[in-house]
Write a protein that binds this ligand. Structure first.
Ligand SMILES: Nc1nc2c(c(=O)[nH]1)N[C@H]1C(S)=C(S)[C@@H](COP(=O)(O)O)O[C@H]1N2
Ligand SMILES: [Mo]
Length: 298
């Protein structure tokens, strides 16, 4: 049976209601209705979330194989506990943080986001996560920092794709600091109120909803603040096809296919393709790129 919304957050995850409403109102008012899945202009169409079954059975997680069904089959081997994250580089409080210590006291929010893969398929996913800005505030970003770099765990004995070297691992990603600080950018720990499934990037993964899915790096074990643009996995693999920015943009095609439309997973075999929206329908991020040529900075 299709799994729909079921909130199973524990008491420890619950934020005082006033603060929770306040944050939601802030998002609705200044960041855009799309952030919380209400019917804003760009968000009006097709904000019905995908089922948990769809979200957990059609995945990209190359550490567990390159097929869409490989992660669901193979990611059970991922060891997610204990989990620590190394925070280093230009921060006031570097260290190896136990996951619970890094997230302790921060607010877990519900965010229903569109998710658009560079391969031109999409879903709508009801994440539970913490704003990356809150985590960065906790570790104390130093004034010279301009980028945030992320790294995925490598467990060769548990990861068939790592043993086969299908990419150069560890998988690495990065954001400009202002992108990382944007309130839409979250570190997700759950989906549908349940701990995030291994194939979706347990126990914690980045979600940047206005960028192609490969920017949303899974199973993060390291966060580094730096003054240099960090290397990113798909850019290293093919720089012509995958840039650092990778903002969803229907006007800039992939060299091998159009990005103008997308196929919504779960829509059925005969469902019409949908138009892809600029910044995946999150126009509130446009000011981050004011004055930039988004064809050059793809
Ligand atoms: N470590 C790691 N993170 C990753 C990937 C990967 O292969 N390895 N794939 C990326 C790509 S291409 C996409 S589209 C999304 C898919 O996320 P999902 O499987 O949760 O939908 O994860 C991204 N994060
Ligand atoms: Mo992707």
């Amino acid at each position: 049976m299709a799994h729909r919304w079921k909130n199973t957050l524990t008491a420890a995850d619950v934020t005082p209601k006033a603060a929770y409403l306040n944050r939601r109102q802030i998002l609705a008012g200044t960041v855009g209705l799309g952030a919380i899945g209400l019917a804003g202009p760009a968000a009006a169409a097709n904000m019905e979330p995908n089922t948990l079954e769809e979200i957990t059975s059609y995945n990209n997680y190359y550490e567990f194989g390159t097929g869409k069904e490989d992660p669901a089959r193979n990611a059970g081997a991922l060891v997610t506990s204990p989990w620590s994250i190394k925070v280093d580089g230009m921060v006031d409080n570097p260290g190896d943080y136990a996951l619970a210590d890094l997230l302790g006291g921060l607010t877990v929010e519900d965010r229903i986001y569109r998710f658009r893969c560079v391969e031109a398929w999409s879903m709508v996913i009801p994440w539970n996560g913490i704003e990356l800005a809150d985590i960065l505030a906790k570790v104390g970003v130093q004034s010279g920092a301009r980028y945030v770099a992320f790294e995925t765990v490598v467990q060769p004995e548990n990861m068939v794709g790592v043993r086969r070297r299908v990419l150069d691992f560890p998988y690495v990603e990065g954001l400009r600091l202002d992108e990382a600080m944007h309130p839409l950018t979250i570190m997700a720990t759950g989906i549908y109120g349940q701990p995030i499934a291994n194939q979706n990037g347990a126990p914690i993964r980045l979600v940047v909803p206005w960028k192609y899915g490969f920017k949303s790096i899974k199973s993060i074990v390291r966060i580094t603040l730096t003054d240099k643009q960090p290397p990113t996995s798909w850019n290293k693999a093919n720089a012509r096809e995958y840039g650092f920015y990778s903002n969803v943009n229907p006007q800039v095609d992939h060299p091998r296919w159009s990005q103008a439309t997308e196929r919504r997973i779960g829509g059925g075999l005969f469902a019409a393709r949908q138009d892809t929206a600029m910044f995946n329908g999150y126009p509130e991020v446009a000011s981050l790129y004011a004055g930039m040529d988004l064809r050059e900075n793809y």
